[in-house]
Design a protein around this ligand. Structure first.
Ligand SMILES: C[S@@+](CC[C@H](N)C(=O)[O-])C[C@H]1O[C@@H](n2cnc3c(N)ncnc32)[C@H](O)[C@@H]1O
Length: 464
């Protein structure tokens, strides 16, 4: 009876067709808090066709006109022909897609099976992307572990790595840490693996409620959010600072990539810090909790207070957040945000400078935002590079944009980064003339069929 009520009051819809799982196991396994928003279509359920795939439905909410007008003016200049399709995606929440990042520490299995039976496929274990996840021994040991744990994982994942592939070559640090981890009985847990499932269509998958003391099986996110974490190239044993961390999606991705010696998650806003703490509680196994700390500083202070202390720093900066700003609650709120927007580049540059001081010589900083705005992206990076001679930008085009261009639409910076209209050459640009502009960063622009983004990312190495 309860179950029936739950079906009929559904607002958002997903079709799940369990195969080997019983309904009870599936329900326990998914354990979603969005009960009234979700429909599970079970095999043989009366009146429900098997394999029916239903788009999610989202409450209609009007876009905020002052924000849209401002974006129209700015982004048609900066993105040229890309803006009209990007605008269409941003104005159609029905078309938005979500990636399902798995928690490799969760002992509940079966999610992979559900995802695959509904047409989801993995974003990352693709040929040519293994270098993105070049985590030395952790990639290998975890592939083995996963293949044993869940027979539905494509068995050729391991065989895609030829014997001399770099992903099978542990570096000395990770080898030492591996031995350290093996000798620690509390760490007899799966080694992390970053796995994200995506669907070709905007299917809805239920989110999971926070339950104190209980691990979640997955985290829903815009798949473009993984790219800054991939660019960070976290290795076992690294000391990592996530300077602007709440609600913690990228922190979760970091611990799915490798086992850092320390992950400091910083968030000055108390409410968002609570949210961050809950996220970490839901995704961290007990054995890793002593490696992850939550800090409450203003990110601009780290450069002084912890100079040179970290191997890797992620600056996922506060920004215009185009998707959410377009749906500001009222015109007044939209106008207020636009007023405050002019102060963001200065804050972002201060955070990036602080990160470059907090990283050790030879370490890297990744700067990212979820706005298309050139003044918060390329211009911030360029400003900081101009006054930090020890900072060297690195080209992410070959490493990330080319291998992942099947899933994401990338736009490199271009001369004047936005002051002139973009030429319609969004296809991969190569050659020496564009390489400097690739180095400033790459921008994921939402487009129909590839609705991920906006996401800007730039990697900067501090010279030795
Ligand atoms: C884009 S969000 C971070 C999202 C997060 N990295 C994730 O993946 O879930 C930016 C965060 O920066 C925080 N923030 C704002 N000002 C800050 C400052 N001065 N120092 C550090 N963080 C700041 C905001 O409160 C916000 O939580």
């Amino acid at each position: 009876m309860l179950l029936r009520h739950w079906f009929y009051s559904a607002k958002r819809i997903i079709v799940l067709k369990p195969q080997r799982l019983t309904y009870t196991a599936l329900w326990r396994s998914v354990n979603c808090h969005t009960g009234p928003d979700v429909v599970l279509h079970l095999n043989g359920q009366k009146g429900v066709p098997d394999n029916q795939v239903t788009k999610r439905r989202k409450k209609e909410r009007p876009s905020c006109q002052p924000v849209l007008d401002c974006f129209d003016q700015q982004y048609s200049q900066e993105l040229g022909d890309l803006w009209a399709p990007a605008r269409a995606v941003l104005l159609d929440p029905h078309s938005w897609q979500y990636g399902v990042m798995l928690n490799s520490f969760s002992t509940v299995t079966g999610i992979t099976q559900i995802l695959q039976s509904q047409g989801f496929s993995t974003l990352l274990p693709q040929k040519g992307v293994s270098t993105l996840l070049d985590n030395g021994s952790s990639t290998m040991s975890n592939s083995k572990h996963q293949a044993g744990k869940d027979s539905l994982l494509p068995p050729d994942d391991i065989s895609k790595c030829p014997p001399n592939d770099s992903c099978l070559q542990p570096d000395s640090t990770s080898h030492a840490l591996d031995q350290d981890l093996q000798s620690d009985p509390s760490l007899s847990l799966p080694r992390p693996t970053l796995q994200c499932y995506i669907h070709p269509y905007p299917l809805w998958f239920p989110s999971q409620a926070h339950r104190p003391g209980q691990m979640k099986q997955y985290y829903l996110l815009n798949a473009a959010s993984l790219l800054p974490v991939l660019a960070l190239q976290v290795r076992d044993g690294d000391k990592v600072l996530d300077l602007c961390s709440a609600p913690g999606g990228k922190a979760v991705a970091i611990i799915q990539c490798a086992t850092p010696a320390l992950l400091c998650c910083n968030e000055p806003d108390p409410h968002r810090r609570d949210w961050l703490a809950k996220t970490l509680e839901s995704f961290l196994p007990q054995s890793l909790t002593n490696r992850v700390i939550v800090s409450a500083q203003d990110g601009r202070a780290f450069g002084q207070s912890e100079a040179g202390a970290y191997d890797k720093v992620l600056v996922d900066a506060p920004c215009s957040n185009d998707r959410s700003w377009l749906y500001s609650c009222s015109s007044q709120q939209g106008e207020q945000r636009l007023k405050e927007r002019s102060g963001l580049p200065s804050l972002q540059a201060q955070l990036l400078r602080s990160a470059l001081s907090a990283v050790r010589p030879g370490g890297v900083v990744v700067y990212s935002t979820c706005t298309l705005s050139s003044s918060e992206n390329y211009a911030v990076v360029e400003t900081v590079l101009n006054d930090c001679p020890e900072a060297e930008p690195e080209d992410l085009w070959e490493e990330i944009a080319i291998p992942l261009s099947k899933y994401f639409t990338f736009n490199p910076a271009h001369p004047g980064h936005g002051q002139t209209a973009h030429k319609p050459s969004l296809q991969l640009q190569n050659g020496p003339s564009s390489s400097y502009h690739h180095k400033l960063g790459i921008l994921v622009v939402p487009q129909p069929g590839k609705t991920w983004g906006p996401m800007f990312l730039s990697r900067i190495r501090r010279r030795k």
